[in-house]
Ligand binder design. Sequence first.
Ligand SMILES: [Zn+2]
Length: 182
Amino acid sequence: MDRRKFLQSAATIAPAFFSGISSAWAQSDYWSQPRGIWLQRQTSNGKEEVRNIYFADGRIIPDGYVQACRLLRDVRAGQAVQMSPVLLDILCGIQGFLGAHGYSIPLVTTSGYRSPATNAATEGASRNSMHMHGRAWDGRMPGVSGDVMAQIALYLQGGGVGLYKGRGFIHIDDGRLRFWRG
Ligand SMILES: [Zn+2]
């Protein structure tokens, strides 16, 4: 399937995603299964990728969790922190939701943790950004519109969702439930 067709189908199938709690996904025991995350990021090192389990049997799996935290580091400062497991759950949920509908797609990261200095140097970043607390992610999923990603994130009710359509990314955090367009 070419990208254009995929985009159209993703847009077309979106309403069915939200037709109610009777979806197969909602009935599944998704959150009792091991939780994985598939992250990609383009950095000066080239393309980085993590595809691993970060949580299983009620606890963090150190290998996968640390790998995810490293990829989500402040690239500019060369600094990694412990990312919020709840944030990872939201991202895992978005990915799992699409996966349950047959779309296996990486989360292409543009920003994860930001040190205060990096945050201050980031255009449009709020002064008390959740990124500085390891609780926010910016990025996109190839072939999935920001609208669809935002709808899934809102459906999951994990936290804040900012849709930056013109700039081609979505912001996800584990804070208060809210939605805005940037
Ligand atoms: Zn953000």
